[in-house]
Design a protein around this ligand. Structure first.
Ligand code: OFO
Length: 166
């Protein structure tokens, strides 16, 4: 059985993964209506799907351990962006927030001596390392490109490749 504290924290994490999925869905939708950002559009649709999978894994885990996973209500995410750069800055900020939340959760499992949940969360720890590294790399590339249209064209063309390298 999960302790109340762990169950509560896992439910909070479920809500966070769900809002990540929504945030990236909004980024995908924004990118889709900009000219020529097909790569970025696919990238964020895929990120959004992945976040939903992260949420589902948590839901299944909470219920399997005798808890009750709560499907959260979601506020509307940011839907418009000043620039592509801004989208990727928000992406990195968002992932950093998720990592912090996972770290706190891992800390709590030690405090509560819930070693099964501690073990379960290791997958999220590595996932966050990867996602943050990817977000940083994409921000660095955009920094390099600046306002150069040719550079943005190549960034968009290659984004799915960068993704599979991470
Ligand atoms: Fe699931 O938060 Fe990113 O990967």
């Amino acid at each position: 059985m999960l302790t109340q504290a762990i169950q509560h924290a896992l439910n909070k994490q479920i809500a966070m993964e769900a809002s990540s999925s929504q945030a990236y869905l909004a980024m995908a939708s924004w990118a889709e209506v900009q000219p020529g950002l097909d790569g970025v559009t696919n990238f964020f649709y895929q990120q959004s799907d992945e976040e939903r999978v992260h949420m589902l894994k948590l839901i299944r885990y909470v219920n399997e351990r005798g808890g009750f996973a709560l499907v959260p209500a979601l506020p509307q995410p940011v839907v418009t962006f000043q620039s592509l750069k801004r989208v990727f800055e928000d992406f990195l900020k968002h992932e950093m927030g998720v990592s912090e939340s996972i770290n706190e959760l891992v800390g709590l499992t030690l405090q509560e001596r819930d070693f099964a949940t501690h073990n379960f969360l290791q997958w999220y720890v590595s996932e966050q390392l990867e996602e943050e590294a990817l977000a940083r790399m994409l921000n660095d590339k955009l920094e390099l490109v600046g306002d150069d249209k040719g550079g943005i064209y190549l960034f968009d063309k290659d984004i799915m490749l960068f993704r599979s390298q991470s």
